[in-house]
Design a protein around this ligand. Structure first.
Ligand code: NAD
Length: 502
């Protein structure tokens, strides 16, 4: 961190903390950003409160119009944005483009569907309250604080930001300290579409800036990041009973049944495990394979994994580890697995370099090893042989995490998918659920709670408001002290008439 002079007005030049964003492939500084203080966060939230009122009053149609303008600006500038993503995360340009396209699809979806999902609904009022007209409304919360990770710095926060905005909220966004430039770019494009008020603002900094946002009085925090940080967020939010949505890490399993298309399963395991250097919350980390096809599957995986390579050149399949400290975690997981009887069929302890980690495929790793239990977040796979798919389901579910999963099977795909205790499962593909805007996204256990994406994702950012309007008076008012005594006996009869039979 450096302290530099910034212009805060001609007469009041203030020294302030900034931090550098660096290219993880070269260490080159690609940008410098303020470390926003608690007071600055509070000021941003105050500005957002006024903006939220204006934005809510715009209504669904005009908000959709502005969201489409934002989407179009992102699409037109996608090559530039991909370059910012590449510079800050190190991921290949094509991967950056893929996450931008997925993010755009979500913005398009909310612009189209927010009105339908969040419009007031009439509800039946039931026999006892037949004289009441019942409605439920989904009102904006006000200001939503979004705290994001670095691994998919466009796609992941957009899953909260676009949905919160479409639901009529203002957003104050704290991107990861590794990807502030991506956050800046997205906020600047939005301001072009919505110049009137700061409906979508950026604050930058480290954990302390995020913690200040949690305590700032926002109406909800949507957090995406690791489970340990998720705990801190929840504890900070507990002080003010600020509601939280937690999208945390995973340890996703892929199941391969005896009748699976093994070529497709192997291809999916390698891509799902190694793409983006394994830095994917819903990346494949563990594979459980039916014993009848285990050896053949392992041969196919090792064949494919042996051909892919991490590097900084255009031909490399994936780039560097974005966060240098992750290298130690990956090294520890591989070394521990090998020390405990595991074998590396591809890669191994030497696969972990100074910036890059080469693909690593581990077999015979005990189920209680770190490589099977903890989130590795690197380009590694553990593959285990199972007697049958019941054992595969049991071992997949025996995890502290419950984010995504995948099944490759011809006959029993959906049945096995249903039995996996994860928020999302793809059958005969990997990660595909994340690209379907209609489908809610989120996990359970250490993977968090709440849902982004889809109708559920829109309602996460709305205050559910129930109302009844009395349409006519009943001859006898049951909800009054003036109720005649004989009504009590009548109520007894009504109860047994309504509920006394099976
Ligand atoms: P992280 O938990 O280190 O940081 C996430 C964000 O929280 C950053 O912006 C960081 O500055 C902020 N933060 C840190 N300490 C804080 C505090 N005390 N109070 C408030 N904010 C604080 O996570 P990361 O390394 O940026 O991201 C990787 C993790 O994110 C992995 O575990 C990955 O699985 C997870 N992830 C989950 C999803 C999902 O949708 N479930 C998506 C992407 C990434």
């Amino acid at each position: 961190m450096t302290t530099v002079q910034t212009t805060g007005g001609e007469s009041a030049r203030a020294a302030r903390d900034t931090f550098d964003s660096r290219n993880p492939a070269t260490d080159e500084v690609v940008g410098s950003y303020p470390v926003h203080t608690e007071a600055e966060v509070a000021a941003a939230v105050e500005r957002a409160t006024e903006a939220a009122r204006w934005w809510a009053e715009l209504g669904f149609a005009e908000r959709a119009n502005r969201l489409r303008q934002w989407k179009a600006a992102i699409a037109r500038g996608s090559a530039e944005l991909a370059e910012v993503v590449r510079a800050e995360t190190g991921k290949p340009n094509a991967d950056a483009m893929l996450e931008i396209v997925l993010g755009l699809d979500h913005i398009a979806w909310v612009a189209k569907h927010a009105r339908k999902v969040l419009s007031p609904q009439r509800r039946p009022s039931g026999m006892l309250m037949a004289n009441q007209a019942a409605t439920v409304e989904y009102q904006p919360l006000g200001v939503v604080g979004v705290i994001g990770p670095w691994n998919y710095p466009v796609f992941t926060p957009t899953g909260s930001i676009a949905y919160a905005l479409a639901a009529g909220n203002a957003v104050v966004f704290k991107p990861s300290e590794f990807t502030p430039g991506v956050g800046r770019w997205l906020v600047d494009r939005f301001a072009e579409a919505v110049p009137e008020y700061p409906v979508f603002q950026l604050i930058t900094g480290f954990g302390a800036t995020g913690a200040a946002l949690c305590r700032s009085g926002v109406d909800k925090i949507a957090f995406t990041g690791s489970a340990p940080t998720g705990r801190k967020i929840m504890s900070a939010c507990a002080e003010t009973l600020t509601p939280v949505l937690l999208e945390c890490g995973g340890k996703d399993a892929l199941l391969v049944d005896a009748d699976a298309d093994l070529d497709a399963a192997a291809d999916a395991a390698v891509w799902g495990g190694m793409a983006n250097a394994g830095q994917t919350c819903i990346g494949v980390e563990r594979v459980y394979v039916h014993e009848r096809v285990h050896d053949e599957f392992v041969a196919k995986v090792t064949g494919l994994a042996g051909k892919i390579r991490a590097g900084g050149d255009a031909d490399a399949n994936y780039g560097p580890m974005t966060m240098p400290s992750q290298l130690d975690v990956i090294r520890r997981h591989i070394s521990d697995a090998l020390a405990r009887g595991g074998r590396a069929l591809v890669g191994g302890a030497d696969a972990v370099g100074d910036r890059y980690v080469q693909p690593t495929v581990l077999v015979d790793v005990p189920e209680d090893a770190a490589a099977v239990r903890e989130e590795t977040f690197g380009p590694t796979l553990t593959i285990a042989r199972v007697r049958d798919m019941d054992e595969a389901v049991q071992r997949a579910n025996d995890s502290d995490y419950g984010l995504g999963s995948a099944v490759f099977a011809k006959e029993r795909g959906m049945e096995l998918a249903r039995r996996l205790r994860s928020g999302m499962t793809s059958v005969n593909s990997v990660l595909s659920f994340a690209g379907v805007p209609e489908l809610p996204f989120g996990g359970s256990k250490e993977s968090g709670f709440g849902r982004i994406h889809g109708p559920e994702g829109l309602r996460e950012f709305a205050r559910t408001k129930s109302m009844v309007r009395q349409r006519f008076s009943l001859p006898v008012n049951l909800t009054s002290f003036n109720r005649p005594k004989k009504m009590d006996a009548a109520v007894g009869k009504i109860v047994s008439f309504l509920h006394g039979r099976r």
